[in-house]
Design a protein around this ligand. Structure first.
Ligand code: ATP
Ligand code: NCN
Length: 210
């Protein structure tokens, strides 16, 4: 799909309307992270900074809802790579709700769980433009859209338009994907700088994606 990025950036006015200064504001970044890559980290940091969030929590899924061609490796290894990737950032952490719950990782289930566990937090669910396009197919999407604010980030090749309310944050357009990284490893090509060095080490040590 050719990109046609008529994206909006978040304005201070829009943000002022969202913020309740009494509550901690948490970005939730769900993904398969198979493996986590540099774009994930840049997106998380751009959203963290643009929205002035308190923290960003990375949520590796157990079973991605739309499995299709994804060949997700064991969740333990994906979690290990996420932990290694974010170790140097005190504002980032891993949330294991989906891995611990098991089964298909529907975002609706995760958000209802987290809202119950942390009633005084406001959650912002970060999604790339491919996932924004996919939102109408999500499990209980109309209810989910009332529970959480979606934060959209542009992604090369995806038109960003949604009937759901999405707060768009500007982030550098980087055509990096886990699929491409898996393919590169398989073809013996370099993935240096596409993933953090610690993630590359784990991939090599465990002979992942070969
Ligand atoms: N380069 C990117 N720019 C913006 N958002 C991205 C980028 N890569 C991934 N995302 C977003 O990160 C979230 C988690 O993505 P995921 O773990 O599936 O990575 P992926 O690179 O899309 O993987 P795959 O290639 O296996 O589909 C999704 O919301 C996705 O849209
Ligand atoms: O809940 C759903 O129906 C749903 C459908 C597709 C994707 N998601 C979530 O969106 C996030 C990104 O998905 P993915 O497949 O790109 O890794 C991840 O947290 C998924 O659980 C959720």
């Amino acid at each position: 799909m050719q990109s046609n990025l008529a994206y909006q950036t978040t304005t201070e006015v829009e943000l002022d309307q969202q913020i309740n200064p009494e509550r901690k504001r948490i970005g939730l970044y769900g993904g398969t992270f198979n493996p986590i890559h540099t774009s994930h980290l840049i997106v998380a940091d751009q959203v963290y900074t643009a929205l002035g969030l308190d923290e960003v929590w990375f949520i590796p899924d157990e079973v991605p809802p739309h499995v299709d061609s994804k060949t997700a490796i064991n969740a333990d290894l994906r979690v290990e790579m996420v932990e290694a990737a974010i170790a140097d950032n005190p504002h980032f952490r891993v949330e294991l709700a989906e891995v611990e719950r098991g089964g298909v990782s529907y975002t609706y289930d995760t958000i209802t769980f987290l809202k119950e566990k942390y009633p005084i937090y406001d959650f912002y669910f970060i999604v790339g433009a491919d996932m924004v396009a996919d939102l109408p197919t999500w499990h209980r999407i109309d209810e989910l859209a009332k529970l959480v604010m979606f934060v959209g980030v542009q992604r090369p090749g995806f038109i960003v338009d949604s009937k759901y309310s999405v707060l768009w944050v500007d982030s550098p357009l980087l055509d990096i994907s886990s699929t491409d990284i898996r393919n590169r490893v398989k073809s013996g090509l370099s993935i240096r700088y596409l993933v953090p060095a610690a993630v590359e080490t784990i991939i090599k040590e465990h002979h992942l994606y070969e």
